[in-house]
Design a protein around this ligand. Sequence first.
Ligand code: ADP
Ligand code: ASP
Ligand code: MG
Length: 456
Amino acid sequence: MKFGGTSVADAAAFENVARIVAAEREASPVVVVSAMSGVTDSLLAATMIAVEGKVDDAIASLEETFRRHQAVAKELLLTPKAEKFATLISRSAHHVADLMHAIQQSPSRHKAIQDAVVSFGETLSSGLLTEVLGQRGIAARQVDARRCIITNDEHTCAAPLMVETFTHSEKELRPFLETGVVPVLEGFVGATTVGATTTLGRGGSDYTASLIGAALRAHEIQIWTDVTGVLTADPRVVPEAQTIERLSYSEAAELAYFGARVLHPKTIQPAIESCIPVRICNSRSPGVSGTLVGPQTEASPRTVKAIAHKTGVTIVQITSARMLGAYGFLRALFEVFERHSTVVDVVTTSEVSVSLSLDDAARLAEIVEELERLGTVRVEKGRAIICVVGEGLSGTPGIAAKVFSTISDINVTLISQGASSINFTFAIEEGRVNEAVKRLHEEFFGHEKAQKTQTE
Ligand code: ADP
Ligand code: ASP
Ligand code: MG
């Protein structure tokens, strides 16, 4: 059971989580928790201040964050537990202050130290939740996620070492489950084989939950968040988006990858490999069933299940007559991205050109310089990718026509269908993405809204 930042945003939210965990007690849950909402951002911002050499300001900027934990704990805990947690807060504050000094002294280790700093968000939330559960009579124990999630040393977006993670998680957690104790561990946080703290990338607590679920061969992986499951579109853009009752693993993975923040993009992989269902539920409405992700898809009357989008995308196009009839050209091209550790997202090719999209353009200048040796390079910044997802999409005529006629006044620059039969992906200019998603949602799901209103 993984609870996100908004699910532990304040005292009432912690109480709510404790009630949800209590209700599942018979199922021997393992609890994974994110930092309280906004805390990771504050810790990261403080790290940046320290990198600029303003260590005292960095430390001062976190006073409010520690005070917030203190205030929430005060509302929730009686004396002995409140004191225990107060000690954890003051130890954490001291440790974070030391780390801020360390950043100034060894700027080259900044990413490693940053991981150690941000991990305190999850250490505090999991510590507090453990005490809250204990106070409700639920035997719970805070477990250091660094003893379970073992990763490589790519700080800030570390990759788990599966064999080590599975064996360590089993060894650390099984004894608690066998004795009826609920383990509570930090999401997002891991450690290298030599014990250096790492993190799994922003939003990585979902991934922690699925790794632990797979390691323990859980019956179900539950992601508790602030919306009722995966919706037909991002509710911040389309407030009338509806909960999707069932998704296949592939559909959920595509949606997560193409911007549905409700699931970290890597969450589904461990679940697929161990064939464990993933349920996404709303911690504010625990009685409502949310979305169930599993091997089978629902026999849906329509093929489009949802529309995901992401912004901040850069499109790179390489054109070269040398590509025509040549072999080895694409290898040389993709090696450039590999050398700069940059992930390529969507790719389309023609006889003489390749277009591809990047989420992370931090190394763009160096990449373009090398690509120019292969051909003419054109870069389009400020793009968005829209992804229409549904099993059987490619076998259904008319989807592309419907998409493009709905947004016919918006210029589309990169179109991909077929690589996966369940998604239809394209890029547009970022400034028009909300409008495009709203119109597409109305086109594909508007009739459901009308039907619902009629029955009401
Ligand atoms: P948590 O802190 O629980 O991990 P996140 O903020 O990471 O929560 O993810 C939940 C948010 O994801 C929702 O509040 C919603 O704004 C956003 N979101 C984007 N696309 C979707 C979608 N298709 N379905 C549900 N939520 C979505
Ligand atoms: N607290 C981390 C973040 O904000 C991880 C998570 O919430 O999943 O990115
Ligand atoms: Mg999240």
